[in-house]
Design a protein around this ligand. Sequence first.
Ligand code: FES
Ligand SMILES: [Fe+2]
Length: 428
Amino acid sequence: MLKTEVNELLTQTGPGTPAGDLFRQYWLPVLLAEELPENDSPPVRVKILSERLIAFRDTEGRYGLIDEFCAHRGVSLWFGRVEECGLRCAYHGWKYDVTGQCVEAPSEPENSNFARKVKLTSYPLVKVGDILWTYMGDPEQRPELPEFEFAQVPPEQTFTSKRWQESNWLQALEGGIDSSHVAWLHSGGLKSDALFKDTKGNEYTLNDLRPFFEVAEHDGGLFVGARRNAEDGKYYWRITPWVMPSFTIVPPRGDHPVHGHFWVPIDDENCWVYTFDYHPVRALTPEERQAMKEGHGVHSRNIPGTYRPQENKDVDYLMDREAQKRGETFSGIRGIAQQDASLQESMGPIVDRTKERLVSSDTGIIKARQKLRKAVEALRDEGVTPPGVDPAHHRVRSVAVVLPREESFIESCREDLAARPGLAHASV
Ligand code: FES
Ligand SMILES: [Fe+2]
């Protein structure tokens, strides 16, 4: 349970809010690279941390992320023309470069230097892996580029998709560190989904519905360990890293690719979920890649031409009561991603955390909120750089292992919890 003020502190990320300032310390995913596929691609609307922006790629291939609205009279530059190294407003032809600098104001006299005095807000936009990232904070404090392993491996080893979720970012993230719902909500998918099925780990997950949680700190966030009973008195451990502010990796299953998410606030009532799957040592198979594109595993099946899932709020997530009755899906909703999203959206756009009743399996969530709050307050009150900004903090892995009863998960798995290029992940 949280007090109203704390709930607001952690969920509001617009300009000038403490958690908004926290998010502005990091490089954040802002688009998939496929959204600006070539030079002079049409501009794309972006809303992130409640700011409305326009992304474009100029004739030379430079990426720009600038204020959506023209400095002249406020027209949306989404209607603009991307031409000759700039974006030209459709109303009176003012033209901007990727830094937001106005380079032409054609209505002005030819010898006027007026255009040079006009500059829109702009942020850097950089491709790392399949994602375009931005940094919206103080340019002087700009950190090195992200080094998450899924975005560092060769392109044939990784796949990223994206979906719109109609809820605040924090309740979506909390789903990512709550491994106790998996054996319930996703029980159907564990058995049948091509990207999950046929692993020993699934048996352990489904056979023990009372996982015990233990949480360990790391420099960039937390390792959330979920312990279940295995055979011969051993324990099956699933360890989920959370890197602040909103990156999690799901523990692996067998030799399947490893997946995870980034939850990026659009505004306080919506977020983008960037979902990746990668394998540290091999290419994804054509079948795996196809399954991911079709919205299996943790990806979503989106309405063509959009990033909105077909199973969305307006159509009651295509609830299938018969499939629910037959036990094919536990909640009647198709697909792991929308099983999660439907329930998280059902809490309301921003869940009222003053009313919840947390239990021991919510330990990961409790610790994550505490760490987040501490970081928000330390930044606000003392200007302390939060965990997860340093790219060294990104180089973590999730782990799924069977350990003897007496062994500490964090001591036994320390090496496996670090990204080690060229080495397979620890998984059963
Ligand atoms: S509103 Fe953009 S040029 Fe006039
Ligand atoms: Fe889930």
